[in-house]
Design a protein around this ligand. Sequence first.
Ligand code: HEC
Ligand code: HEC
Ligand code: HEC
Ligand code: HEC
Ligand code: HEC
Ligand code: HEC
Ligand code: HEC
Length: 368
Amino acid sequence: MLFVRRLDPYLGILLVFAAISMPCGAQDGGLPGLQARLRQTIHSGHGGKGRSVSPDAPADATGGTYHSGAMLHCENCHVMHASHDGQGYNGSAQNPSGYPHLLKAANSLELCLGCHDGHAGIPDVVAADTNGLTERSGGMFGTPGAVNANGHNLGPGATYLCLRCHFRGPGDPAPEVTCTDCHNAHGNGRARNLQWASWPEGTPPLGLFTDPSATDLEQYERANVAYGTDGTVNLREVTNICIDCHHTLSGSYYVDSDGNGIPNKHPVTETEWGATVRVRDGDARHTTDSAHWVDGTGAGFDVPRSRFLNNPATSYSAATSVSADNTVFCLSCHKVHGSENPDGLLWPEQGGTVGPNGCDQCHNKSAS
Ligand code: HEC
Ligand code: HEC
Ligand code: HEC
Ligand code: HEC
Ligand code: HEC
Ligand code: HEC
Ligand code: HEC
């Protein structure tokens, strides 16, 4: 990974740099101190504004999430005495010695995949879809434990979060993610039980909405999922969870670091950091073409309309409304688990470079 190569020579500098660039917190050394400072910076906004998220922020408008509240079924994942065969997930053999935390598998990844890989009727998040959905909203991971060029590498996530990417030495295994980085195993009332990996208990409600008429597994179809935010801590965009790990790809502080209005990284909406990036924002400078985006035909529309985020939108119907005010966010271009395309992109790369499809839905450059 590029950032690994960039970070390795600068490991010593990172801590010093972090101490300078982190506006809040004591200058205590070591990773816990670094993490505390980063957490403050990520989830309070640059400039040292106070933290506004309370752990008991109101629950999602979306509701009805499995593995949460009344739908948290202990026996899905735990077995009390490990004394009978057939008490593993889906009736598999149980280890008579039991597993830590009384889990039905040796670790949380194996536990989740015991149901979520290749079992009909349960959302399948690895490789081909047992359930034959048209297109899974989250996409799919590759083989657990293997490097996946088409999305996140999936593993048990045994390494401390920050050390997955930082302070890495030659020969260290490739960085990876695990299910319970992003999903709360005991549910948190947020859409898909999503959480801030670096601070789970701080997670605000997140605006991922499913079509109210979708039943069963249909609610996991890309076509039945839409994204909204109200721009406040009461309902953040779902990609607010990305910055816990990808903390330098979002927000004007990083995207337009010289502050001249011409971005140096692709701009994205990140309401916690005050950024809302509408398709029409580039009309005046002809960097984007919002009429083309709204029209929905021609250059770029050889692939389905890219996903967008509405701000404000606090319902499925508001979140699906197409207009020049639609905003661009990480999931406009990426599937979070991964896809059949490099970097988990929504559309294929062409000849080793990203072609106009997808991009030109908003930019309309190849037509002119
Ligand atoms: C979707 C899977 C899943 C379900 C359902 C589930 N758990 Fe867990 N539970 C886990 C995992 C994974 C861990 C290990 C957490 C860790 O590694 O820190 C765990 C750990 C625990 C722990 C010890 C650590 C802690 O967080 O307190 C307790 C107690 C617990 N579970 C109780 C329950 C009870 C009671 C229920 C039902 C109301 C339940 N769990 C339902 C997955 C689940
Ligand atoms: C015993 C089988 C089983 C295990 C083990 C299991 N799940 Fe699930 N999971 C399900 C089922 C069934 C659904 C609901 C499918 C549906 O909506 O009909 C589900 C749904 C989900 C959803 C979508 C929730 C929603 O309503 O939007 C997430 C996210 C999820 N599981 C994550 C996990 C994670 C993370 C683990 C491991 C900690 C895990 N699951 C372990 C069976 C399981
Ligand atoms: C728990 C930390 C974590 C979170 C949260 C996280 N990522 Fe990542 N991401 C990683 C790591 C580690 C890598 C590098 C290794 C890999 O590819 O898995 C990565 C790599 C990626 C890649 C490159 C994949 C490839 O094929 O090389 C994309 C794209 C990506 N992340 C998008 C996202 C998006 C979008 C979100 C939010 C919806 C997100 N990530 C949230 C840790 C995270
Ligand atoms: C998915 C990989 C990934 C994870 C996980 C991750 N980081 Fe980073 N971090 C990066 C990258 C990439 C940069 C930018 C480095 C660069 O510019 O060379 C960065 C930069 C930083 C910086 C410098 C801030 C700045 O403004 O440039 C600090 C401090 C930091 N990370 C701390 C942490 C802490 C603490 C954690 C754990 C909560 C963490 N990181 C987890 C990838 C990661
Ligand atoms: C990097 C963060 C991240 C990791 C790691 C992750 N998920 Fe997800 N997951 C998400 C997000 C975000 C969504 C919502 C995606 C969307 O609709 O665009 C999601 C959606 C889902 C869904 C709903 C089905 C779908 O396709 O949208 C299930 C089920 C699920 N995840 C289970 C899992 C399991 C099981 C694992 C581990 C094997 C896992 N996730 C790992 C972030 C993550
Ligand atoms: C406009 C489309 C677009 C948006 C929006 C976007 N990406 Fe990407 N991303 C790409 C493309 C294309 C690549 C492939 C390599 C490249 O061109 O940089 C990529 C590569 C990546 C990579 C792997 C390479 C690297 O630079 O680290 C990560 C991680 C990633 N994206 C995360 C994110 C996250 C997190 C967000 C939201 C904050 C996001 N992306 C928003 C298009 C996008
Ligand atoms: C969903 C809409 C959308 C998609 C898809 C999209 N972009 Fe953008 N892009 C924007 C918006 C909005 C801006 C900010 C425009 C502005 O303020 O001038 C932007 C800015 C840019 C800029 C900076 C323009 C400047 O000011 O110099 C470039 C370059 C760019 N995008 C390239 C791409 C590429 C390449 C892809 C495909 C990988 C892509 N975009 C996909 C909406 C999108």
